[in-house]
Design a protein around this ligand. Structure first.
Ligand SMILES: NC(=O)c1ccc[n+]([C@@H]2O[C@H](COP(=O)([O-])OP(=O)(O)OC[C@H]3O[C@@H](n4cnc5c(N)ncnc54)[C@H](O)[C@@H]3O)[C@@H](O)[C@H]2O)c1
Length: 249
């Protein structure tokens, strides 16, 4: 896998099926466009059906619906015969201006259900397929919040931190099977996700980016494309950084 293939093949997605969640907007949409431009067959999944218009292959899916996750992945496998990579970008922040003791439990739990349980169920659904192919790439979009914690955002911090831990261990389970599993920890990226974030928190997060600006979705798409490609063959269980210098670890 490392020396036998050309540099073109390492980055190309030709003849590959790439499942991308959160593909209707922001980071997921940018990753879908980039990977399609590199020859991949992109299967776009999102809760927001309207945002999926224009995708060649798409499913409306709430990733916090366990049964629906397994059903959609099985359907993709039956139609497309393989899944080379999963890029899980679906997620949402939940409460962004509440002290932990004031957060209502259903609001807390929903963030965990989408950002963490959804990621776990997607992984459980695709791994048997990847094991049978002896090849696979999983890229989970976590957050700098999962590494450092942002105040008044405890459900989100918890979900993204859990996701980073999940990735570390699962990666080791499949490390000899041609499958890599990694996470990505972005700082603030210009997408609609931040529209409802409190100004206080946005200022806090932005002030901590040494690059002095927000990230762009095409910058994030490039690193996700690497994580989902054949080129990402000797890095697994890792949390990639895209934070303009906020995190240097
Ligand atoms: N933009 C940032 O500043 C930033 C920073 C760190 C991490 N992230 C993470 O990046 C990922 C992508 O976010 P984005 O910035 O592109 O935001 P976005 O709001 O533009 O896109 C998120 C997409 O996820 C979808 N989604 C939400 N809940 C879903 C569910 N239950 N099932 C299926 N789809 C669902 C939304 O419909 C939306 O299309 C998220 O996991 C987010 O937590 C974003």
């Amino acid at each position: 896998m490392t020396t036998q293939i050309s540099s073109f093949e390492r980055n190309s997605f030709e003849n590959q099926v790439i499942v991308i969640t959160g593909a209707a907007s922001g980071i997921g949409k940018a990753a879908a466009q980039l990977i399609a431009s590199r020859g991949g067959t992109v299967i776009a999944l999102d809760l927001n059906k309207d945002g999926l218009a224009g995708s060649d292959y798409s499913y409306q899916l709430d990733i916090s619906d366990q049964a629906a996750v397994f059903k959609v992945i099985a359907d993709i496998q039956s139609k497309h015969k393989r899944i080379d990579a999963l890029i899980n970008c679906a997620g949402y922040p939940g409460p962004t201006s509440e002290f932990v003791e004031n957060i209502k439990w259903p609001d807390f739990e929903k963030v965990i259900a989408v950002n963490l349980y959804g990621a776990i169920w997607l992984t459980q659904a695709v791994l048997p397929i990847m094991k049978s192919q002896k090849y696979g790439r999983i890229a989970q979009v976590a957050s700098i919040a999962g590494k450092e914690g942002n105040p008044k955002m405890s459900p989100y911090n918890t979900s993204k931190s859990g996701l980073i831990g999940f990735v570390k261990g699962v990666a080791k389970e499949v490390a000899t099977l041609g499958i890599t599993v990694n996470a990505l920890a972005p700082a603030v990226i210009k997408t609609p996700i931040n529209e409802n974030t409190s100004q206080e928190l946005l200022d806090y997060m932005t002030a901590r980016i040494p690059a002095g600006r927000l990230g762009e979705t095409d910058e994030v798409a490039e690193i996700l494309a690497f994580m989902a490609s054949k080129a990402c063959s000797f890095t697994t269980g890792f949390t990639f950084d895209i934070s303009g210098g906020r995190a240097t670890y």
